[in-house]
Design a binder for this molecule. Structure first.
Ligand code: T3D
Length: 249
C-alpha cells in the first residue's frame, strides 16, 4: 500500500497500488500522513508505483449515498496535506505518471514538484460531480492564476507536464529517460544542504498563506459535502465504474 525506503538521508514514500493507479484509500491516506509525521530524514520523496502517480480518491471504495465527505476531507485529506506543509524537511513530489483529482493536489502541495514529461495533471473532480479539494482550490489559482485555474477545474482536462511547468504549476518537467536521475540528483542536493536553513526557509515561505489555506480547506469540505449530496456525484461515480460518459442532471 505505502512503501517506505530510507536510503541515507532520503526517505522515499511510494504509493503502491498500481492496479488502481495508486488511488487513495482511507488506510493509504492515514499511512502517508503517519509516515510524513514520523519522517526523520533530510528529504522526503513521494512517488507512485507503476504507470501512474495517483488517481485521487479510490472510487471503488466510495458509496456516494453513505459517505460523509466533509468528515473524510477534514479527518483524512486535510491532515495529509498539512503533514506535507508542516514536515520540517523539503518534500519532493516525483510525479511519474498521471496525477488526478486529489492525487494532483497531493503533488501540488509538495515543496518541489518534478514530473516526467509523459505525466499529466487532471483536476478530475467535476468529472464525477465534485469540487477541487486537498487544498487545490487555494494552491492552483495562486500558482497559475485564476483564468488557467478555472479552465483546468471546469474542463477537467489533462494538463501535460510541460504545460504545467510553463504555467508555474510545478518546478520542472523532464524527459522520461532522465526522470529518475533528476529526482535522485535533486533529492541528494537538498539532503546535502543546510538542514536548518532549508527547514526555516520552507516554514517562512509557507507561513504567508497558512491561514488562508486552512480557511479554504474548510470551505472545500463544506462545498464537497454539498456536491456529494447531489445526485450528480452518484452518477459520476457510477459512470466511471461502468466506463461510460456521465449523464448529469
Ligand atoms: O470521495 C471522497 O472521499 C471525496 C474526495 C475526493 C477526492 C478526489 O480525488 S475526487 C477524483 C477521483 N479521481 C478521479 O475521478 C480519477 C479517476 N480515474 C481516471 O480518470 C483515470 O483512471 C485516469 C485518468 C487516472 C487514468 O486513465 P487511464 O486510461 O490511463 O487508466 P484507467 O484504465 O482508467 O485506469 C487503470 C485502472 O485503475 C483501472 O482499473 P482496471 O479496469 O484496470 O481494473 C481503473 O478502474 C483504476 N482506477 C483509476 N482511477 C481510479 C481507479 N480505481 C479506483 N479509483 C480511482 N480513482
Amino acid at each position: 500500500m505505502l512503501r517506505k525506503e530510507l536510503r541515507g538521508d532520503i526517505l522515499t514514500l511510494t504509493l503502491d497500488r498500481p492496479q488502481a493507479m495508486n488511488a487513495l484509500t482511507s488506510p493509504l491516506r492515514r499511512a502517508l500522513t503517519e509516515a510524513l509525521r514520523q519522517a526523520s530524514a533530510r528529504v522526503v520523496v513521494i512517488t507512485g508505483e507503476g504507470r501512474g502517480f495517483c488517481a485521487g480518491q479510490d472510487l471503488a471504495e466510495v458509496t456516494p449515498d453513505q459517505v460523509d465527505l466533509q468528515a473524510v476531507l477534514t479527518e483524512e485529506y486535510e491532515p495529509m496535506i498539512r503533514a506535507i506543509l508542516e514536515a520540517p524537511m523539503p518534500v519532493i513530489a516525483a510525479v511519474n505518471g498521471v496525477a488526478a483529482g486529489a492525487g494532483a493536489n497531493l503533488a501540488l502541495a509538495c515543496d518541489v514538484v518534478i514530473a516526467a514529461e509523459s505525466a499529466v495533471f487532471i483536476q478530475a473532480f467535476t468529472r464525477i460531480g465534485l469540487v477541487p479539494d486537498a487544498g487545490g482550490s487555494h494552491v492552483l489559482p495562486a500558482q497559475i492564476g485564476l483564468p488557467r485555474a478555472l479552465g483546468a477545474v471546469l474542463f477537467a482536462e489533462p494538463v501535460p507536464a510541460r504545460q504545467a511547468e510553463a504555467w508555474g504549476m510545478i518546478w520542472q518537467a523532464v524527459p522520461d529517460a532522465e526522470f529518475a536521475g533528476t529526482v535522485a540528483a535533486r533529492a541528494a542536493q537538498l539532503a546535502a544542504g543546510p538542514t536548518l536553513a532549508l527547514s526555516e526557509a520552507k516554514r517562512l515561505l509557507r507561513a504567508a498563506d497558512r491561514e488562508a489555506l486552512a480557511a479554504q480547506m474548510a470551505r472545500e469540505a463544506a462545498a464537497q459535502a454539498r456536491a456529494g449530496a447531489h445526485p450528480d456525484f452518484r452518477e459520476g461515480v457510477a459512470a466511471f465504474r461502468e466506463r461510460r460518459a456521465p449523464r448529469f442532471l
